[in-house]
Design a protein. Structure first.
Length: 223
């Protein structure tokens, strides 16, 4: 059976204690650490730059899953690679040359991801499948944590899964994921679940990660 990976979003962490928070989710059993980079232009919020990625890098050996919500992204790819990112995801909507951006990320020795906004069709990745390691289906409009899951995205996850075939590409989901919605996206084919508020809400990181994981794994087993 496919193993569900949980990637807590540090957007919901206490930024004043970020190193400690990264160590805490690592100890609580996360698989990856999701880093939301926002530029106040592609999305209406500003968060983290490469300096912060470099600062948290020594606090975990787990993969840093860096989600770039910035446009243009190309001029920053090298900086995020050098800062210690393991996976770098760009938005399909962020620039005119997605294929080139993906090649640059892989050329920097990193895993390459493409994110799709809710209104972007699955077909936007149809011709780059051999250049991607991960497809991120946004289940909210990017910009903020704590938003409600958009149910129509489960159809898109199914479409992406069918398109991928037997290629070794992760399907990641991001936005409004909790134990309930984890089951829906897992049944549709997602194998990497980002969760911000559902992990960090009450300090019970281990229980929250385990709850999302077991709901997802149960749904995957049932399909
Ligand atoms: C949204 C970000 C998400 C966000 C998820 O733009 O990409 O990673 O932190 O937060 P929750 O899980 O609270 O919806
Ligand atoms: Zn994200």
């Amino acid at each position: 059976m496919r193993k569900t990976l949980i990637s807590p979003s540090i957007l919901s962490a206490d930024f004043a204690r970020l190193g400690e928070e990264v160590r805490a989710i690592d100890a609580a059993g996360c698989d990856w650490v999701h880093v939301d980079v926002m530029d106040g232009h592609f999305v209406p919020n500003i968060t983290i730059g490469p300096g912060v990625v470099a600062a948290i890098r020594p606090h975990t050996h787990k993969p840093l899953d860096v989600h770039l919500m910035i446009a243009p992204a190309d001029s920053y790819l090298e900086a995020f690679a050098k800062a210690g990112s393991d996976i770098i995801t760009v938005h399909a909507e962020a620039g005119p040359h997605l294929d080139r951006s993906l090649q640059v990320i892989r050329g920097l020795g990193k895993k390459a991801g493409v994110a799709l906004n809710p209104s972007t069709p699955a077909g936007a990745v149809a011709h780059v499948l051999d250049n991607v390691d991960l497809i991120l289906v946004m289940t909210v409009n990017p910009g903020f944590g704590g938003q409600s899951f958009i149910g129509a995205m489960t159809d898109k996850i199914r479409q992406v899964k069918a398109m991928i075939g037997d290629r070794p590409i992760h399907i990641e989901v991001d936005g409004g994921i909790n134990a309930q919605t984890a089951a829906l996206v897992s049944a549709a084919g997602a194998d990497v679940l980002v969760a911000g508020s559902a992990v960090f809400k009450d300090g019970r990181y281990q229980d929250n990660i385990a709850g999302i994981r077991s709901a997802a794994d149960a749904a995957a087993r049932a399909t």
